[in-house]
Design a protein around this ligand. Structure first.
Ligand SMILES: NC(=O)c1ccc[n+]([C@@H]2O[C@H](COP(=O)([O-])OP(=O)(O)OC[C@H]3O[C@@H](n4cnc5c(N)ncnc54)[C@H](OP(=O)(O)O)[C@@H]3O)[C@@H](O)[C@H]2O)c1
Length: 304
């Protein structure tokens, strides 16, 4: 099969389409013919400096990508809940920008019929991170929540989930994304100098919880705005979080969590924003786009 991989870490150009052996599903595993996969900042860190995500070990040449959607084309022994031809969404570390991926059957859910492949391919990483974070911060009805980097991959899902669960959301983004944040149901606010004052003006009732998907400046502002540190989470600034006593959050992916996202999608309460779709042979350009740090929603790699 063909996949986007790299022989040693480096700039986006090290990513190339290469031939790899076709993966074969073992007992309890499913092989999926991939139609679309997502790119996240962590994929760029893996490719850029050989970052090894918890639970994974790089093996060169190393395939990239950790979320996908596609069609089941082989099932291993003992798998009864997925059949050949099922349209699925799933996740797997370091393997998804490829024509085929093999995953344990509990890392898959059925794709909603109405969901286009490009959207399905980019739901399971950022979507589950946003879901994990808001659950850990216990965001719900009556809360006013501040979400930093609200227009990005994680932020776009976090805004919508918090709204679906009854919260008022204030989201940070540059002014070019403010209409977009409005369309997701958030009150937009520009990041940068003066952020805390602008937020206080928008939320005289106070901020109950905050999610930092942007970096240290956002986390420091959150600590000045939210009194309960157990309701301030970061998915980015782990060292600073330890010093400040806030909540470090790492995505906890599960089929149950992903199913909740697909259910919300089917109910029209969650949408997927695609910034751009790249073919597999332009995987390097897709990584370059994510590395700008200014993507609205998600970058997709379409795979034939
Ligand atoms: N811990 C975990 O399990 C986990 C999981 C997923 C992601 N992450 C991390 O979380 C971060 C966000 O991920 P992502 O996929 O959402 O990234 P992303 O899609 O690349 O984020 C892009 C967004 O960031 C916004 N942005 C840039 N600088 C900003 C700033 N100073 N303040 C507020 N917003 C800013 C941009 O908005 P403008 O264009 O308007 O500036 C853009 O919409 C990354 O660092 C990623 O590595 C962690």
């Amino acid at each position: 099969m063909q996949a986007a991989g790299f022989h040693s870490p480096g700039p986006p150009e090290v990513l190339q389409v290469m031939d790899f052996p076709d993966p074969v599903p073992g007992p309890g595993e499913v092989r999926v013919k991939v139609k679309a996969a997502g790119v996240q900042p962590v994929d760029c860190a893996i490719r850029g400096y050989g970052f090894s995500p918890p639970g994974a070990k790089l093996q060169y040449p190393q395939i990239v990508g950790n979320e996908f959607a596609g069609i089941v084309d082989q099932v291993g022994e003992g798998v009864e809940d997925f059949q050949i031809g099922c349209e699925v969404i799933g996740w797997s570390l370091l393997s998804c920008c490829a024509q085929y991926v093999v995953v344990p059957r509990d890392q898959l859910v059925i794709k909603p019929r109405t969901m286009p492949w490009e959207e399905a391919g980019v739901l399971s990483a950022s979507g589950q991170t946003a879901h994990t974070a808001l659950k850990e911060l216990e965001v719900g009805e009556g809360d006013t929540v501040l979400i930093h980097a609200a227009a990005g991959g994680v932020g776009t899902f976090a805004v919508q989930l918090a709204r679906a669960w009854g919260a008022v959301v204030i989201g940070t983004a540059s002014p070019r994304n403010h209409d977009y944040l409005h369309s997701l149901g958030a009150i937009p606010v520009a990041y940068g100098e003066g952020l805390e004052d602008r937020v206080r003006e928008l939320a005289p009732q106070g901020i109950d919880a905050a999610l930092d998907a942007a970096g240290e400046e956002a986390l420091r502002a959150s600590v000045n705005l939210v009194s309960n540190k157990e309701r301030i989470g970061t998915i980015v600034s782990f060292d600073l979080s330890e010093k400040l006593g806030t909540v470090p959050i790492r995505s906890k992916r599960s089929a149950a969590r992903l199913s909740e996202l697909t259910r919300l999608y089917e109910q029209g309460m969650l949408r997927v924003t695609i910034a751009r779709v790249f073919p597999l042979h332009e995987a390097a350009a897709a990584h370059r786009a994510v590395e700008t740090g200014h993507i609205r929603g998600k970058i997709v790699i379409a795979i034939n």
